[in-house]
Design a binder for this molecule. Structure first.
Ligand SMILES: [Fe+2]
Length: 187
């Protein structure tokens, strides 16, 4: 069966991002700058929600693979309105590319070196609403974020440059604390 236009847009974006990863390694900001054009074409596709293969989401129930090769992972994720995903890290860069709806999204910088168990000193680097077509990349040195969907039917095309760390940190910035746990336990 011939691929449809949206599948080709996802594939073209994946190939472009693979080129960027080969060129820039772990340099999230450089990858971020280069992925905006190809991801804009993906976000313009009208039928993404009918594509993909179901996966087990980290914090949510409706998550599908649009692309997977073990090193580059592109998923379509529905963020339930009003469900707050607490500030967390990833161990790898992640891009939220908003397809539909709106998200209140906060990115944090961590100031301590993580050597004191349970302690984390974060400050807000960016706090803004993301709407359809907006892209936010969280990458070292600021790869911590938290978010809440503001509308029903909010979807993100999420791009991840490899595997998430099995155990990740979840933060309470106002209390300067963090815990290490598997994402499912935090939902
Ligand atoms: Fe995340």
């Amino acid at each position: 069966m011939a691929a449809n236009t949206s599948e080709l847009a996802v594939r073209d974006a994946a190939m472009a991002i693979i080129d960027l990863m080969n060129k820039h390694g772990e340099d999230g900001p450089a990858i971020s700058a280069g992925m905006r054009g190809p991801m804009a074409k993906v976000l313009a596709c009208p039928d993404l929600t009918s594509l993909g293969v179901k996966r087990e989401g980290n914090h949510i129930d409706n998550s599908k693979y649009l692309y997977y090769d073990g090193q580059l992972i592109i998923t379509l994720d529905e963020f339930p309105k009003g469900k707050t995903i607490p500030p967390h890290d990833h161990g790898v860069w992640e891009a939220l590319c908003i397809y539909k709806g709106r998200v209140s999204h906060t990115v944090y910088t961590r100031h301590d070196d993580g050597s004191v168990e349970g302690f984390a000193d974060l400050s807000v680097l960016e706090d803004r609403e993301l709407g359809a077509g907006d892209i936010s990349v969280v990458a070292q040195p600021a790869e911590i974020h938290g978010f809440t969907a503001l509308e029903d039917g909010t979807f993100s095309v999420t791009v991840v440059g490899g595997h998430y760390a099995a155990e990740r940190h979840y933060f309470k910035p106002d209390q300067k604390t963090c815990v290490k746990r598997r994402p499912k336990a935090a939902a």
